[in-house]
Design a protein around this ligand. Sequence first.
Ligand code: PEP
Length: 256
Amino acid sequence: MNRRYRKTIIAGNWKMNMTASGIKSFMQELKPLLPSPKPCEIVLCTPAVMVQNMVKFGKDCKVAAGAEDVSKYEKGAYTGEVSADMLKDIGAKYCIVGHSERRQYHHEDDMLVNAKAKALIEKNIIPIICVGESLEQREMDLTIEYITYQVKAALSGITAAQLRHVVIAYEPIWAIGTGKTATSEQAQEVCCAIRGVIRKMYGARPARSVSILYGGSMNAKNAAELLAQPDIDGGLIGGASLKTADFATIVKATMQ
Ligand code: PEP
């Protein structure tokens, strides 16, 4: 982390777990476990139908609400889709785009990820853009090449001014939900490479200011070591964000 230049963010990704009615008691349990004042930006991303309750009950804990996906379209005949405007209207501050589960199960490609990020920026919602390599790519030593391609594609057409409201999350696919975490060296190497790509695209100052998160089986035990790396500015946390004690411990790990 480098608090001097960029925001530290701990963001949970609840995926398709919990229900809107459970948020109140989750927050009541979380509140006494969180340090005060809060040491970083704390975000919980949920399915769109739960965002409103997250806004309502997260306020007391100073937890910002995020969504997990958005439509690339602004409005119209797209049955089942949720627009950035709708998310903004119910108070979403962040939204994940390009999560590997959406890339894998919904065939989302880099162009679509880019379009979704732009749709969010347009409505002043901060996209958390996920990138990450597969195990095969890592084993073939293609990690940096592939991540470079993904970052460039995701940020295509996004200006330096807009980049100030963008977060990148490095999430190696092989580490998501598997209990296998990247070592802090592996995570740092890729996060540093991502910053390097951004430096080439936008220059030194925007690269220094962009928050880059690590995600992939981050938990209460390994968070401190990962967050101690100079180019890791926070975490995107799946499983451990569903447990109040673990999530609070990860938030506290930013206090080093
Ligand atoms: C995720 O889904 O973004 C994630 C990092 O999950 P987990 O922490 O469970 O690996």
